[in-house]
Design a protein around this ligand. Sequence first.
Ligand code: PLP
Length: 536
Amino acid sequence: MEPSRSQQYRSTRGGSKGFTFEAAVLKGLADDSGLFLPHAIPALPSDWRSAWAHLSFQELAFNVLSLYISPSEIPADDLKDLVHRSYATFRDSDVTPLRHLRKKDNLYLLELFHGPTFAFKDVALQFLGNLFEYFLKRKNQGKSDADRHKITVVGATSGDTGSAAIYGLRNKEDVSVFILHPRGRVSPIQEAQMTTVLDANVHNIAVEGTFDDCQDIVKQLFGDADFNSKYNLGAINSINWARILAQIVYYFHSYFTLLRSLGLPPTSPEAERIQLRYVVPTGNFGDILAGYYAKSMGLPVSKLIVATNANDILNRFFQSGRYEKKEAPAGHEADGQLPQAADGAAAAPDGAKETLSPAMDILVSSNFERLLWYLAGEAETEGGEEGAQKAGEILAGWMNELKTNGRFAVSDKVLEAGRRDFGSERVSDEQTLETIQAFYAGEPGENPYILDPHTAVGIAAAIRTSSPETYTISLSTAHPAKFSAAVDTALKKFPGYNFDQVLPEEFKGLLEKEKRIEYVQRADISLVKEVIERLA
Ligand SMILES: *Cc1c(COP(=O)(O)O)cnc(C)c1O
């Protein structure tokens, strides 16, 4: 069967199109530095409400993914197997359970942190790791060891996201992974989460230096054409299309879970009247972009609310139509697995502000480019293939302006198109702490709940924008134990609070477990290369 339009991929920045799903996933970034998008967003089958309502997470995932992956590329049984293996590592049988957080304003929390590293990135990275292995196995069928196609994944982390990548790729055939972190500058739990993974293909490199040093080294490695082609460096950062795709699933899953909890049959008039608001703690715009795909496919969503911390470039965009980097003091990582090769504009964040929600500390949002392409197409073109081409040209122009001037502005029509689907809120550290406190203290009739600081940014935004007449689902992106410092700061004043209450079983004894770390004495690319050459 020929792949449908939604099963073929193009670049956001111009002419190149007709890529397979496999090419989009393995390349990560298009040669023109654009991001991959499907030729068309698929429509849902007309009976989706009744046919999908009672499916498990895994069955739903298979149905959603099938719309974007041709069976000629991945046969149905293989895709089912990939999905089942990816979510077998989750601790909750629902994979992404929905919790009624506060009754008075119909506020729900979608818990995305039940994967192996207790952060939402597991949902996508568990799948991506298996996909890499699947594609490599197929390429390498019957090949001798010398001819095998191998991938070396290299990334830098300040602690938050390295572990999700490591757990996604551990023990995968023909993939080795090297994660650089600044020695002594990640929290002990974060360090232990990464370095106690002893699989032979996993390598943690502790660099004597800062996170920015690590990030610079990784950028240089990607820019080194000889090294890159010799080791076949792989990208699993948040612009990888497979990560967005995997995240679409939980929007559908949460919708059906909500209907079930309300006791509404999926095709009843009451159910069909429901419109959801989703609130998403946002950094690189990957998580919420998946919601945009779900909405565009036909999930009944009235608004998607972008919740930012003080790194508020997206909030400023939705207020003003200007997308503008601002000078800020040196900072932090946000999903900084890998820089985007050959593209300074969308490079990983140097110079973001440090906040209590570090995984959202970004200067520019790498996945926002995809939304901008859709907005340009809708507001500035007549659509069709010609419109798609023109959207690519407009987008490329914006990205060049961003690169050279640090900013660009869109027309009122583009901004209006964006505001139809999106709202935005900025949440300060102080409000983040207050929100953690408020939900711990609870209200009469409500159970106390401990929010992680990223999730609290979302909840603070949700409370500002929610109303009792609508159902609001706010996404919970991490378990509070991952960000103990912020949680402790918020809750230490409560008598009876003790961090051990928060600590999951899996974290207990982690600090004492056996570790494997490569130490690099200077932030020097040649020393890191030496480690990779020795171990890849
Ligand atoms: C990565 C991350 C985010 C931001 O997600 P994006 O897809 O980059 O917008 C939010 N919270 C946590 C805990 C994260 O790890």
